[in-house]
Design a protein. Structure first.
Length: 251
């Protein structure tokens, strides 16, 4: 299949509640809206995609009732240079939120052959440079509905497999072919929607978009990301990310 030149769109699923995070701040507020180094965590990712010239539009998948508050939050951004769509497409899982958001984009006449870059709202360390690097690497490879790619990091630590139902080590796993997935993860809109729909129909709960693509026979390209593009999940992650962002601002 031959594809025309396609646009790139960012998707940020932001309907989660951050149940695993119990660090400083208002623990009753979803973590993506809590202040991190002086501003809501979600804004770091939104601004990075705004500053990446290859990104045409940004789509937020939000829980019910959150569209207007988030629109108000984003209204303060300086020099908004591309459309930001706040959709109440949040589902019970990230998988459903992304799937619902992709379907809504098609209904709003986004080209099915455009690129969708799905990024965790809880990865505030993403930069325009990393986004651009991913796009360039993915576009440079051969065309296929199930190719695409994602940012990832080669495993640096020794990896252990535990004994079943125990914290005892069973064996050491060869890390030479192991990568830790990050985001954005970039795929053709129609291919990603098809893959997520297939996973949902099969009852599979995939933890990232690449997993759904792999299940249909795709082999996404692994593009080296950066250690600072970490996901804020535990309290220690919050403190580390806050320190990194504060040092960046002060430097």
């Amino acid at each position: 299949m031959t594809y025309p030149k396609a646009a790139c769109h960012a998707i940020l699923p932001a309907a989660g509640v951050g149940a695993r995070l119990s660090a400083a701040g208002d623990t009753h507020q979803p973590k993506q809206f809590r202040l991190l180094a002086g501003k809501p965590m979600l804004l770091y990712a939104v601004e990075a995609f705004m500053d990446c010239p290859q990104i045409e539009s940004i789509w937020l998948g939000l829980s019910s009732g959150m569209a207007k508050p988030v629109e108000a939050l984003l209204a303060g951004l300086k020099d908004r240079n591309k459309p930001i769509h706040c959709l109440e497409t949040g589902g019970a899982t990230r998988q459903l939120t992304v799937m619902n958001t992709l379907a809504a984009m098609l209904k709003q006449n986004v080209d099915a052959q455009d690129w969708a870059l799905v990024h965790d709202a809880a990865r505030p360390g993403i930069t325009p440079h990393l986004i651009q690097h991913l796009i360039e690497q993915v576009v440079a490879q051969g065309e296929s509905p199930y190719v695409g790619g994602l940012l990832a990091m080669p495993m640096a630590d020794t990896v252990k497999e535990a004994v079943l139902s125990s914290n005892h080590s069973k064996r050491t796993i060869d890390r030479s072919r192991l990568w830790q997935a990050q985001t954005p993860q970039m795929f053709r809109l129609h291919a990603l929607l098809e893959a997520l729909q297939a996973a949902t129909a099969a009852g599979d709960n995939v933890t990232d978009e690449a997993s759904a693509i792999e299940a249909l026979g795709g082999h996404p390209l692994l593009v080296e990301g950066a250690a600072y593009n970490l996901k804020v999940t535990q309290a220690a992650d919050w403190l580390l990310m806050e320190s990194l962002l504060k040092n960046e601002v002060s430097s």
